[in-house]
Design a protein around this ligand. Sequence first.
Ligand code: ARG
Length: 401
Amino acid sequence: MGRAKKVVLAYSGGVDTSVCIPYLKKEWGVEEVITLAADLGQGEELKPIQEKALKSGALESLVIDGKEAFVKNYAFPAIQANALYENRYPLLTALARPLIAKMLVEAAEKYGADAVAHGCTGKGNDQVRFDVGILALNPHLKVLAPAREWGMSREETIAYGEKFGIPSPVKKSSPYSIDRNLLGRSIEAGPLEDPMIEPDEEVFVMTRAIADTPDEPEYLEIGFEKGIPVSLNGNGLDPVTLITQLNEIVGKHGVGRIDMIENRVVGIKSREIYESPALLVLIDAHRDLESLTLTGDLTQYKRGIEETYSHLIYKGLWYSPLKEALDAFIKTTQEQVTGVVRIKLFKGSAKIVGRRSENSIYAPDLATYGADDKFDHKAAEGFIYIWGLPTKVWSLKHKGL
Ligand code: ARG
């Protein structure tokens, strides 16, 4: 009796997920393996990957285009939530996992599989996101994670694969572990494991080095509707095109790099390099538009929600009831977040230099220091008397005044 009869395996085309195919069949007695490669804009040819899966012993090899769903249903809600894990990481990898989990579960249901599988090891965050995402969507499915259990080194994995006709990587494999999709790139390991070592310029592909950026600033207007980015410089764009174009424009000016030590779900710290040009600028612009259109108490309260929301995304709880409840809150807050944010890109910086909205609650006649000031200065006196009263009473009592 094997661990499962029919398995849908999340497939990237790399050595690890390829080795999973014979491993599941030979070591764990799985009868049929169906692979699923999700196209989330990693800019890779998926046709060869599809064929590689079949050559490695998959019964069927699925390729699913998830780009639009990824941006609309995962990235956009995160932008509305201004989601930055530990105030910095825009969650580009974390956001892809619940979508892949959903694809795996749907394929398992369609093909009558009793399990799904992935190639994550036991040390990362992604295993948590896959496992919890899958069990949330279909608690009856088994989740198999061969690489979490097989205990093979890199060399042993390659050797195992060769026995089953899986070619070892042609080019000398890079020392880095890289995850990439439409929203950006996550780079770790190799020399980056020393937190003091500056990342080599070669790790970046979406963002230019400052030395290579244009010598003239570029202005950019991003339009939002109910908290969702819909246009660049007045041109309405579909979600995937908008992100693609924005990555290009922003990356050209060297904006979007992050270098941080982050706290993983499994308790270890890791050094991570990210480049995520579009997403970072969108979150910044979106937050700015909120400051023009929402009341102070609402934005301040929302900050706390955003923090929780970011943790839920990072920690694999995308399909949890708390996340769903927070979605309802965030949706309500976005009703008026429509307008345009103007950004100046120059030499590695993206500065917000203007914003406008038909829903703006910035009141010039109250804010002005000019002659047409409508603010009632006299009213401030009474307000301050009452506002400061408890503090005054305290001081009288305890400071011997
Ligand atoms: N630390 C990030 C996260 O947990 C990125 C992990 C990406 N994986 C990789 N192989 N580089 O979301």
